[in-house]
Design a protein around this ligand. Structure first.
Ligand SMILES: [Zn+2]
Length: 535
């Protein structure tokens, strides 16, 4: 009894002693966040220049040469230490600044989409260069957001001598799902406490738990036969292209008997040389997508059987090669809740009439049933998607990171709602005031979250508690790649070789022009003239 009373008294004393300390710490953190918000606003011009520059490079996965040179140059000028060529990927890098714990990693994708060249600010299909790649998803916006957030936080850390390390890293070749599992394998995240990933969207948002969409395996199958004169002696040849076609026919019949949550698609990457030579070599590249590791593996195994069957039928040989992989995502609850509080503080950007006119004009152009314009209301904090409710969709190799270290993805409103994705239409807003404002809003959230994690060690502890005792309690990360799986850095070489010289003529020059729109002489927004028909 006496002992109990003593404990109560001691507890009461502790509360009176620490309550002002908490209030003080809170006030300090709020002041830091106000400083960061101001800092990001001051860097808005830099954000616009980065967004427009990376947009103008328009590079595809593994060929982000100009993009990486430009971004790492900026970071070095800001005092970051840069390590290049990470994981044997020439365009991959890690930039760090500061020292000690916590280590907060800020990541975002940097690659573009084939056939997505498009004039920004123009609400209909109007390529800069016909056939060239471009930022048809908006991946030009994420690293500028992280860089601005990091600089704003760094200034506060320097001023108040706060311990901690900022680490920035790019999602290389995200469209091929081809770098992050390699970064994880090679230890990029081994000292990281929390990863704050960010991805373009059409609202500010974050979620935790199992994500919707699929994980995936990307595999290229190559068949080898024998050439012969296709007319003179076809019986002496064995066609690798026949094997590709039979594999695809087999897969397409089997598709009816696969789970509803699967997505699978392929392109023929080599269909032979010319019709009068029986194709000796032919290749087909598959994406196998499913909800969980077991079912992804199952699809991949079926793919291997189809290849085996096709080889038997055609008397050819087959081999396969992993080109990419993305683990199903699981985002951290603690960190998502912190991000969401900051989202509420920052709120959505103020859209101008011109911004809304561009958005509605494009939504109309695409035949969307509703032309709702840009987002004006925040969504809720997203929660876990149950496996049985997950009917699949896209993938992001941030999944591999999310099973390695507490991770979330912040979505920010740099694009127009209701677009098909992986398409020229997603490039339209990506170098306009919509993207510039969306990046500034996102950078504020990102900077505030970094400050939360830097100054409240209990959050990092809670995040790891969730990671260890909830997320990975019954499930382990079993990567699909091994220590010997090389990254597929040859991808997209040929496309860039074909278009780069022409694309160079359109690189943004911020020393001469206020914005990329100005450089291109585009009036913002440019809408389809009344009465004219979509092409
Ligand atoms: Zn993406």
């Amino acid at each position: 009894m006496i002992r109990a009373r003593f404990v109560l008294m001691a507890a009461a004393l502790l509360i009176t002693a620490t309550a002002p300390a908490f209030a003080q710490a809170d006030a300090k953190l709020n002041a830091y966040k106000a400083d960061a918000t101001r800092g990001v606003d001051e860097l808005a011009k830099m954000a616009q220049e980065m967004v427009d520059s990376v947009f103008s490079f328009g590079e595809l996965g593994f060929q982000e040469v100009e993009t990486s040179k430009y971004l790492t140059g900026l970071l070095e000028a800001q005092g970051f230490k840069v390590q290049r060529g990470v994981s044997g990927i020439p365009t991959a890098w890690v930039a760090t600044w500061g020292s000690g714990k916590p280590v907060i990693a800020l990541g975002s994708d940097i690659d573009g989409i084939p056939q997505a060249s498009q004039k920004p600010g123009v609400a209909y299909r109007d390529p800069l260069i016909v056939g060239a790649p471009g930022h048809g998803e908006g991946h030009n916006t994420g690293m500028p957001l992280n860089i601005v957030a990091a600089i704003a936080v760094k200034r506060i850390m320097e001023r108040d001598k706060l311990p901690g390390t900022l680490m920035l890293w790019p999602g290389v070749a995200e469209e091929q799902l081809a770098s992050k599992a390699w970064f994880v394998r090679d230890g990029m995240f081994k000292d990281v406490d929390v990863t704050l990933f960010t991805h373009v969207g059409s609202n500010l948002g974050v979620s935790w738990g199992d994500g919707g969409g699929n994980g995936m395996m990307s595999v290229e199958y190559t068949f080898e036969g024998e050439t012969a004169h296709s007319a003179g002696a076809p019986w002496r040849g064995r066609s690798a292209m026949d094997a590709v076609e039979l594999m695809n026919a087999g897969w397409n019949y089997r598709r009816e008997h696969l789970r509803l949550s699967q997505r699978s698609h392929y392109v023929i990457t080599n269909g032979g040389d010319q019709p009068n030579v029986v194709p000796r070599n032919a290749s087909v590249w598959y994406y196998f997508r499913e909800n969980d590791r077991e079912h992804i593996q199952e699809l991949w195994d079926i793919g291997n059987k189809m290849a085996e069957g096709a080889a038997l039928m055609t008397n050819t040989k087959w081999t396969s090669r992993i080109l990419g992989t993305a683990y199903p995502q699981h985002m951290n609850k603690t960190v998502a809740e912190v991000v969401y509080e900051n989202i509420k503080k920052v709120g959505l950007p103020q859209w101008s009439e011109a911004d809304q006119a561009l958005a509605k004009g494009l939504q109309k152009e695409l035949g969307n049933p509703r032309q709702e314009g840009l987002a004006t209301q925040l969504g809720e904090l997203g929660g876990p998607v149950k496996n049985e409710d997950n009917y699949g969709g896209g993938s992001d190799d941030i999944g591999d990171v999310s099973w390695t270290v507490p991770t979330v993805t912040l979505r920010f409103p740099a694009n127009i709602p209701g677009l098909p994705g992986h398409n020229w239409s997603s490039a339209i807003a990506s170098a306009t005031p919509i993207a510039h404002k969306g990046v500034v809003a996102g950078a504020k959230v990102q900077a505030m979250t970094v400050l939360d994690l830097m100054t409240r060690p209990e959050l990092v502890k809670q995040a790891w508690d969730y990671f260890r005792n909830v997320q990975t309690k019954d499930r382990q990360y079993v990567p699909f790649i091994t220590k010997d799986t090389p990254p597929a850095i040859h991808l997209n070489e040929d496309i860039l070789a074909k278009y780069r010289a022409e694309m160079k003529k359109f690189y943004y020059d911020p020393t001469k022009f206020g914005t990329y729109l100005e450089q291109l002489g585009i009036q913002y927004p440019t809408l389809r003239p009344a009465g004219s028909k979509p092409q």
